[in-house]
Structure formats: C-alpha cells, structure tokens
Design a binder for this molecule. Structure first.
Ligand code: ACO
Length: 321
C-alpha cells in the first residue's frame, strides 16, 4: 500500500492587511517589505476566528474536491503552532465539527508542520492504520506576533490549507501517482534563532514570536537544498524533471535562491508569499490548492513540497501528482 493526494482546498480570512496598513502601526514601509521579502499583503483572522475555524473551512473544500465525505475519513492531522487551546488538539475540534470518527491529533513542527503531517499520514496509510486521511496546515500567527516589532510582525499572515490523502493498493513505480519520497530533519540546537518566548510550562503565557532573521535565512537556504537533494536521490528523479516547486512561503528571496540552485525556472515555482505572507504550516497547502485549482499542476506532474521552520525543523516530499 502507498498513498496519494486526491484533493486539496484552502481558506483565507476575509480581512486583508497591506504593507501600507502596517506602516501606520510600526516604522516600516511598503518599499522595504517588498524589497526584502516580496510580501505585499497578508490575511488576518477576525476577532474570535480561531485556527480550528480556518482548518475546518479548508478541510470542507479539500473533501469536496476529493469527492469524499466525513464517513470516508479515518485520520485527521492538523499541523499548527497556533492551536486554539493548549489542549485538546485542534485536530479533535475539527474532527468534531466534521463528524468524523477515527483518530485525530496535531503535529507541531512550525513552518515544516505540513510536510511533517503529510509524511505522518503517509506512514499510517502505508502500515494500514488509515485509508483516507485529512492533513491540514492551519495557523493564526497574528495572535503570537509582537505588533511593536517591525522585524517580525510584517512577515506573517493567517490561513489554512488541507489535502485528502488516500491509500492505493500496490507498491507502484515512480510513474504512478503518489507520495514517492519524504525526508524530515530537526536540529534543536538552533532553538534560539526562531521561537516563541511563552508557553504553558515555561511561562504560563502565550508569548510572542522571536527571530534572528538573517541567521534563519542562511540556514534555510542550505537546509532546503540538502533535503531536496535527498528526496531526488531517493527516487532517482533528476532536478530537471521537477514540474513544480511548491515551497513553504517565507520569503521571496529564499524561494528564488532555492529554485536557482536546482535550475528550476521561476515560472515553475508556485508563489503566494506576495499575497499571503508567511502562514507557517498553512503555506504549502495554500499554494498547492491554488496551483491545482487554477490548472497549473496537472496529473502526472512531479511536485516538490519543502519547508523549513522553528526548531529548526525542515523537510521535503516528492509527489507524483
Ligand atoms: N521595516 C523597515 N526596516 C526594517 C524592518 C521593517 N519591517 N525590519 C527590520 N528593519 C531594519 C532593521 O532594523 C535593520 O536596521 P539597522 O541596520 O538600522 O539595524 C535593517 O532593516 C536590516 O535588518 P536585517 O534584519 O539585517 O534585514 P535583512 O536583510 O536580514 O531582512 C528579513 C530581514 C526579511 C527578516 C530576512 O532576514 C529574512 O527574510 N529572513 C528569513 C526569516 C524568515 O523567513 N523566517 C520565517 C520563519 S522560518 C521560515 O519560514 C524559513
């Protein structure tokens, strides 16, 4: 048994905040933000709108696209670093709203969360414990930003994306639709470069995101290239055969530099960072849903999903769409 992605969907909160809007709150400018990051705007959740609300909306769309109902789903994984509550898992809230039986849990790998979640679902499907899984990346990073800190508050946004992953009989070949390879990495020694300075056990507060941007940038470029090389080597697929790069959307310069390293032309990179900013675990499924629904990604395409985030954590999945 192996697994394939049979549908995807996404959801963005209605409220759009432009760079000019932010310039009214902190000492920044549209020019600075666009030049350094490529970000022009971000969506911010309304008061009372939580991560599970965004996750639920994205899940409904992914299930519709996949043509499955709640009865078909036997596993829900929500990748998030901004759960509604310390516990229960946001995934169980989504499970309840969808009316799904089976099991549900969250994974926490910050911006790499979607790749971790997809890899985890793939494992449950391969060992027969699940047949149809919902993997959702959902975040409300606006709730953990220090809105006085111009170095970080301009970079992030809220949103959710989801995919339905389903078992297919047989081992398949690299020509067959499916998740062909995944690799995950973590390095806890880089904790202080990107973290939240709160939490239930440490401070009994929610805390705010803290980041050494330049250092994160440097590690991201190196680590992402390394993990993409690994999934290519695992499958014997050459970089020239990649049809679409669907990266975690942190920063336009990281995307461009990663694509350049592998000789991937800019029009083969799915970019949403200009409109969504960095939505952490939600960014890959948001970008994927956009490129699938507008017809760019076609059946049979080789698609690479990759991400790097706090921890550090990083990973990649190579998918035959
Ligand atoms: N507006 C105006 N000026 C700013 C802003 C802002 N929003 N933010 C910082 N500056 C200023 C700084 O204060 C500094 O001024 P100084 O020289 O007077 O001290 C100057 O701009 C340069 O600051 P740097 O931090 O050196 O700027 P840099 O070119 O590194 O860009 C950035 C910062 C955009 C954060 C970049 O380092 C980056 O993108 N890093 C990657 C981080 C990232 O994407 N993290 C996401 C999570 S992890 C992941 O998803 C990969």
């Amino acid at each position: 048994v192996r697994s394939r992605i049979i549908g995807c969907g996404s959801y963005l909160p209605a409220n759009v905040v432009t760079n000019d809007d932010l310039a009214k709150r902190v000492d920044t400018s549209d020019e600075w933000i666009v030049a350094r990051t490529g970000i022009r705007q971000r969506h911010i959740a309304a008061e009372g709108e939580t991560t599970s609300d965004l996750a639920y909306e994205a899940a409904i769309k992914a299930m519709e696209h996949a043509g499955v109902t709640a009865d078909d789903i036997d596993l829900i994984i929500v990748a998030t670093a901004t759960p509604d509550n310390t516990f229960p898992a946001t995934a169980t809230k989504v499970q309840n709203r969808l009316g799904v039986t089976g099991f549900a849990f969250d994974v926490q790998a910050v911006c790499s969360g979607f790749v971790y979640g997809l890899t985890t679902a793939d494992m449950y499907i391969r060992n027969g414990q699940a047949k149809t899984a919902l993997v959702i990346g959902a975040e409300t990073f606006s709730r953990i930003l220090d809105w006085e800190d111009r170095r970080t508050c301009v970079l992030f946004g809220d949103g959710a994306g989801a995919v339905v992953v389903q078992a297919v009989e047989g081992q398949g070949t690299i020509e067959d639709q499916g998740i062909l390879a995944s690799r995950l990495h973590s390095d806890g020694s880089k904790y202080e470069l990107l973290y939240v300075d709160g939490g239930p056990s440490a401070t009994q507060t929610v805390g705010h995101l803290r980041m050494e941007g330049k250092e994160v940038f440097r590690h991201a470029v190196t680590n992402l290239a390394g993990v993409i090389r690994e999934v290519l080597a695992d499958t014997g697929i050459d970089a020239s055969e990649i049809d679409w790069l669907v990266p975690h959307q942190a920063n336009r310069r990281i995307l461009d530099s990663t694509a350049k390293k592998f000789g991937i032309s800019p029009d083969k990179v799915v970019v949403t960072v200009d409109r969504h900013a960095n939505t952490s675990a939600a960014s890959i499924p948001l970008a994927l849903a956009e490129a699938v629904h507008d017809g760019r990604i076609q059946r049979g395409d080789i698609v690479i999903l990759e991400a790097m985030g706090g921890g550090f954590t990083w990973g990649a999945s190579l998918v035959r769409w």
